[in-house]
Design a protein around this ligand. Structure first.
Ligand code: LLP
Length: 465
């Protein structure tokens, strides 16, 4: 006990302005064990070592995102094998929104991933990274005319979200006279209790998908089947993100299959595709048991085989994972600007914030954090960002070795929805991105500079007089 500060065994809080000192919960009583667990996580998850991370930050500076190429590959291949070795017709579309660095997208394309896109920008990235248009899906609940025109022109598969969206598409098809492949996104009204409410997309109060209870989906299918230029492939349903329980995924298959059977009954048409979306979570915390792709695939395929047993040909299964492929590969490295201790809390102030990693403030997300190269005295700290907002806290109270100014703080599992959600808020420059592969490092995005952040602005001299 002598090595650990007495303060780390107490939590200080205030009630009505009076500071109270309370014993910490039992789970927090073994800080050294926590650190060992963290180091084990780093050594079993990444192909770079703790020391190599220190070298990377010394070479490239901070804030910097570093991605482990091996981890992307192994997570992709694990997922692909789980589905493809158990079902004949499977297509995997990487959800670009998780991370659109061109190199990551290209690498996943080379490994065999197709594309799930949300915007013209993402479709253009997919085409640039050698995706053939028919392997790209455009899925947005709110598409502009120009996005629809671009998708129709190129031959992208369009996932339609509402009857209004379908009518917009028909106008574009009629103008262009081109054929188009479509799927319909349904709202399966499936709850995903374990995930954050902002990323639970499958229940009936969300903005997503055609309802089946009220018959909208069947109205849409009728219109599509009767249109000479529309090739209706099947149904799509994405229930949310960071899901670690199997039940909602299976419930989703149940609803998708029931709607497919009803379509068969009403229109004598067997859907060719069921797109079950993404959503597989990763264990951000030690206590979270990850849901393995093996179990997910086994249970989904069992359910599909059973539900579609009366079909002449079983539908293809399409999937759209984003997070699972890239989250664990990425680490956000930042430098300690200052360390502040008060009688209420200790703060490690770093040179990044929610502008570069929005997940904690947006979803109360938890990320493992390690002070690189430090093993000494352990105390309770908040890792606080450099944005001028109280909510800019990257990690709540954690037991960490006491850092010095200039030390590196590594925020783990930040490869998905990290850089892709980053902004230039407070006019900080966007971080550099580095790929790590076979003991070598490559810059895959230069750090921004002042010129970058003012690039599209025009200083109009006459505005002030
Ligand atoms: N398909 C669709 C239609 C989606 O909307 C999404 C994610 C995915 C696939 C991929 O889901 P994933 O496998 O990555 O869970 N920014 C949030 C996550 C937002 C997810 C949005 N849609 C976060 O940082 O947790």
């Amino acid at each position: 006990m002598s090595k650990i500060s007495r303060r780390s065994f107490f939590e200080i809080s205030t009630i009505g302005g009076v500071a109270l000192t309370m014993p910490l919960k039992a789970s927090a009583l073994s800080p050294l064990k926590e650190k060992e667990k963290l180091d084990k996580y780093i050594s079993t998850t990444y192909s770079f070592s703790h020391d190599e991370l220190v070298k990377i930050v010394n070479k490239y500076g901070a804030p910097t995102y570093v991605y482990d190429w091996n981890k992307i590959k192994s997570n992709f291949q694990e997922f692909e094998k789980a589905f493809k070795s158990n079902y004949k017709n499977v297509k995997i579309h990487y959800a670009y929104k998780a991370n659109t660095n061109l190199n990551i997208v290209k690498y996943l394309s080379e490994l065999g991933a197709n594309a799930e896109c949300i915007s013209e920008g993402e479709m253009k990235i997919a085409l640039m990274c050698d995706q053939s248009p028919s392997d790209i899906i455009l899925t947005s609940s709110s598409k502009t005319k120009s996005e629809l025109e671009f998708a129709v022109e190129k031959g992208v598969t369009i996932n339609i979200d509402s009857i209004s969206d379908l009518n917009n598409l028909i106008k574009v098809i009629d103008e262009k006279g081109k054929k188009v492949n479509i799927t319909f996104r349904i709202n399966p009204d499936v709850e995903t209790k374990s995930t954050h409410k902002h990323i639970s997309t499958g229940h009936k109060f969300t903005k997503f998908g055609l309802m089946y209870h009220n018959g909208d989906i069947y109205k849409a299918v009728k219109i599509a089947l009767e249109h000479p230029k529309i090739n209706f492939l099947g149904l799509h349903s994405h229930i949310g993100s960071q899901i670690l329980e199997i039940d909602p995924f299976i419930k989703n298959v149940q609803i998708v299959s029931e709607v497919s059977l009803e379509i068969k009954k009403r229109f004598k048409y067997e859907v060719k595709v069921i797109n079950l979306g993404g959503g597989l979570g990763i264990p951000y915390r030690d206590k979270e048991n990850g849901l393995s792709p093996e179990l997910l695939a086994k249970e989904i395929i069992k359910k599909v085989n059973f539900q579609f047993r009366t079909f002449k040909k079983k539908p293809a299964i399409w999937l759209e994972p984003g997070r699972y492929f890239v989250a664990q590969s990425g680490i956000l490295l930042s430098r300690v600007n200052s360390v502040k201790k008060t009688e209420i809390k200790n703060f490690i102030n770093v040179n990044t914030g929610f502008n570069h990693l929005a997940r904690p403030i947006m979803y109360d997300a938890y990320h493992r954090v390690r002070v690189l190269g430090k093993n000494g005295k352990i105390e309770k700290y908040q890792v606080a960002g450099n944005i001028c907002e109280t909510g800019d806290v990257l990690t709540q109270d954690r037991l960490l070795p006491t850092p010095e100014v200039g030390d590196t703080i590594a925020i783990l599992d930040a490869g998905a929805y990290g850089f892709s959600m980053a902004s230039e808020y407070n006019s900080f420059y966007l971080p550099a991105e580095i790929a790590y592969r076979n003991r070598s490092t490559f810059i895959i995005r230069e750090r921004e500079n002042f010129k970058d952040i003012i690039r599209n602005q025009k200083l109009v001299s006459s505005l002030s007089n």
